[in-house]
Design a protein around this ligand. Structure first.
Ligand SMILES: NC(=O)C1=CN([C@@H]2O[C@H](COP(=O)(O)OP(=O)(O)OC[C@H]3O[C@@H](n4cnc5c(N)ncnc54)[C@H](OP(=O)(O)O)[C@@H]3O)[C@@H](O)[C@H]2O)C=CC1
Ligand SMILES: CC(C)(CO)C(=O)C(=O)O
Length: 328
């Protein structure tokens, strides 16, 4: 099985290191800059449970060097995907499956979703429908990524916690391609449950990201602090209820009550969300996939989003002022 991880940063690097150490797939990664040079020189180093392991992986700068694959894992940030389409293309053959590992609303959301919005392209994550057209949604295996991972230095990945990557076909089918990939991930020590309704799981993760991430960026507060403060907790809750109404109108089942989801986020503790970390490091923030796309879904379904609109306007302005907004 030929697998290429495109964008082997924190999540892609973790997945690639685990698959490489297990050694049962023909694995490559496409990376760039100092990270690529370090991996070529010293291997992909993974710190997990306090122990460092070096994974020897084939690391390339250009996809042409590895050619068509059985699976391509896209582990870029959501806003990096459209600019990379030309670089990804050489990996795609007729039967190549593409696993999308971005947080937020995926560009393929309305592929095989059924209902009046079937086939709708989302401008917030795929302006002009370019990703849809050039990758093709029929290739997609969706995923929800739970591990927390960081890149500590070029070539050095530090796993913080979690091993679950839920997978699911947009159609809900338990296809051979998704089950075969899940088997390889399990062999590598990961959890890879195959879901029949990946969209509902995407929403439960998104529920936290669309609210806590921008509030943390605006306030500088950790998850524990946002939940402990009555005002920020209420703001997050109001955003989550607006989102729930949108999701339910699209047939999503929220299997946990909103207050349990909020408590779960608070229990993570004194942790800065990825959006706050990006802001602090001067990197582009994933605002459009996590928040703007939800606003767009609200417009498409006729559900009002006054609190989401307000928080989005503020966080987008903040990101522009700090040079951390990456519009597609
Ligand atoms: N990190 C985490 O704990 C979690 C992350 N996620 C989600 O996973 C996704 C990936 O996040 P994360 O791994 O943290 O992001 P990272 O920034 O760590 O990794 C993305 C990698 O892609 C590289 N990249 C971008 N464009 C290209 C290109 N054209 N060619 C080659 N490489 C490229 C980046 O390189 P460069 O640095 O040079 O830009 C970087 O190494 C996001 O959607 C995030 O929200 C979900 C759960 C947890
Ligand atoms: C920590 C958490 C769960 C916040 O919602 C997250 O996924 C992130 O930081 O992006």
């Amino acid at each position: 099985m030929r697998v290429t991880v495109f964008g082997a940063g924190a999540i892609g690097g973790y997945l690639a290191a685990k698959l490489a150490i297990a050694g049962s797939v023909d694995l490559s990664i496409v990376a760039r800059g100092a990270h690529l040079e370090a991996i070529k020189a010293d291997g992909l180093r993974l710190i997990e449970d306090g122990k460092e392991t070096v994974a020897r992986v084939k690391a390339v700068a250009r996809a042409e060097e590895v050619g068509e694959q059985d699976y391509v894992v896209l582990a870029l940030k959501a806003h990096s995907l459209a600019p990379a389409l030309g670089e990804i293309a050489p990996l795609l053959g007729e039967g190549t499956a593409v696993v999308t590992m971005q947080n937020g609303v995926p560009w393929w959301y309305f592929h095989k979703a059924g209902g009046a919005l079937e086939g709708t392209r989302l401008a917030a994550v795929d302006p002009g429908g370019t990703i849809w057209q050039r990758i093709g949604p029929e290739r997609v295996i969706g995923s929800v990524v739970y591990p927390a991972v960081e890149v500590d230095a070029p070539g050095l990945i530090r796993h913080v916690e979690g091993t679950r990557f839920s997978l699911g076909e947009p159609s809900g089918e338990k296809s051979e391609r998704v089950t075969a990939l899940a088997r390889e991930m399990v062999k590598a020590g990961l959890q890879a449950p195959v879901r029949e309704d990946i969209r509902s799981e995407i929403w439960v993760k998104l529920w936290g990201n669309l609210s806590f991430n921008p509030i943390s960026a605006l306030t500088g507060a950790t998850l524990a602090a946002i939940v402990a403060d009555e005002g920020t907790r209420a703001a997050a809750r109001a955003m989550m209820l607006e989102a729930q109404a949108i999701g339910e109108s699209l047939g999503v089942r929220f299997l946990i009550p909103v207050d349990r989801r909020i408590k779960g986020a608070g229990d993570v503790g004194e942790h800065k969300t990825s959006m706050l970390q990006d802001l602090e490091r001067g990197r582009p923030m994933e605002i459009d996939a996590l928040v703007t796309a939800v606003q767009e879904l609200g417009r498409l379904t006729g559900r009002p989003t006054p609190i989401i609109d307000t928080v989005l306007a503020l966080v987008r302005r903040l990101a522009i002022e700090r040079g951390c907004y990456s519009s597609l």
